[in-house]
Design a protein around this ligand. Structure first.
Ligand code: SAH
Ligand code: SF4
Length: 373
């Protein structure tokens, strides 16, 4: 009785924290490494199966600890192999909340796109997460739990290769607005005894919280994607409101500082193409002027429309022209392929879209989840 209430969730503890935890149970520090291997290399969530730990230690762990992920509310697989999990994120004002994680398989790699907050406060005008408003920050275990859960479900290929080779924080939320909980998650993604994913394969996408970018440069060295979306302050102010506080030149200075501090290769600038808004030749010219000669790549994102949004996706010919113009002027640009369209899995517009109601059982309660089926 009462034990579950005080159990420590080991998922999300950094290796150093886990060591402190096992020592507090009277065990040797190296037991933490064994635990880490079971948790992050084999995705085992049941202490009883951790056979190289003593019987007594396993029993103790079962009593005081747990390995808990967010619960799956529903799962969808797209015709192109993209998989999406809708995960429960508690309740808010009596309404069930959900976040999403999406797996995008490609030849030679598999990317998991994860969420960092329930909703987002930054209110970019073209983003469905922004339109939903802000509910709360995800805890570290909820962020790490997305990768752990998907790793366990997807498993390994015939040669023992892992399904998930890359993790991108491009789902719901602004990761740098949840710095405290995101940083340990990044550390666990990259730790040798954690998920052991190379720093170049862990990407944090931000709309441009400048002070936190400087902090990030001190604390970690993940790959960076920055949501630019406009080449002038006048236009960016209207699309990405945080620009009014941290305008483009200030943001770019923080980006170049990050590259220098982290010895990084380049920064990816995301640019969602909105028909007639930021996709004109003058915008392409201005973008070249900003980024030419820098270690920068531009990732052009065809806009994903959602109910209630007035923007339209730029025509395919305009997208191709924009890409070619940048490439022709020494700014490397690619167009993001839209994946999982049939299950609404596009990164950056996860959950939050309300035009269907899914019934979900939470304990003994049946609730209507306001999310897309
Ligand atoms: N908050 C972070 C990360 C999550 S959004 C950020 O803004 O970078 C991930 C990416 O999806 C961002 O580049 C965002 O601008 C983009 N995005 C948001 N809404 C979109 C939409 N409707 N269509 C296409 N891309 C969108
Ligand atoms: Fe938040 Fe990113 Fe959406 Fe802007 S684009 S509202 S920062 S999730």
């Amino acid at each position: 009785m009462g034990e579950t209430a005080v159990r420590t969730n080991l998922l999300g503890l950094t290796p150093a924290e886990l060591e402190v935890f096992v020592v507090s149970l009277g065990e040797k520090p190296f037991r933490a490494r064994q635990l880490l291997t079971w948790i992050y290399k084999r995705w085992v969530g049941d202490f009883e199966q951790m056979t190289d730990l003593g019987k007594e230690f396993r029993r103790r762990l079962a009593a005081v600890a747990e390995i808990r992920t967010p619960e799956i509310a529903s799962e969808h697989t797209s015709g192109d192999g993209t998989r999406k999990w809708l995960l429960k994120a508690g309740e808010y004002s009596g309404r069930a909340q959900a976040i999403e994680a999406v797996f995008i398989p490609e030849v030679g790699r598999g990317t998991l796109c994860i969420s960092s907050q329930v909703g987002c406060a930054l209110d970019c005008s073209f983003c469905s997460t922004g339109a939903q408003g802000f509910n709360r920050n995800l805890e570290t275990w909820e962020i790490v739990g997305q990768v752990w859960l998907a790793s366990r479900i997807l498993g390994v290929g015939p040669l023992g290769e892992r399904a998930i080779t890359n993790v991108v924080l491009m789902g719901m939320g602004e990761p740098l607005a949840n710095y405290k909980n995101v940083l340990p998650a990044l550390q666990l993604f990259m730790a040798d005894h954690g998920f052991d994913i190379s720093r170049r394969r862990v990407t944090l996408s931000t709309s441009g919280l400048v002070p936190q970018l400087y902090r990030l440069a001190q604390d970690t060295n993940v790959a960076l994607a920055v949501s630019l979306h406009a080449p002038t302050d006048a236009l960016r102010d209207t699309l990405v409101p945080i620009n009014r506080r941290h305008p483009i030149q200030e943001l770019l200075a923080a980006c170049w500082h990050y590259l220098e501090a982290q010895n990084g290769r380049s920064i990816t600038f995301e640019y969602v193409l909105l028909d007639g808004v930021n996709d004109q030749p003058e915008h392409a010219r201005q973008l070249v002027a900003l980024l030419k000669g820098r270690d920068a790549k531009v990732n052009l994102i065809p806009f994903n429309p959602f109910p209630g949004s007035d923007y339209k996706r730029s025509p395919a010919a305009v997208i191709a022209w924009f890409r070619d113009y940048l490439n022709g002027h020494d700014v490397t640009a690619t167009v993001r392929r839209t994946r999982g369209d049939d299950i609404d899995a596009a990164c950056g517009q996860l959950a939050g879209r309300v035009h269907d109601r899914t019934t979900v059982r939470l304990g003994s309660k049946v609730i209507q989840l306001a999310v897309e089926a």
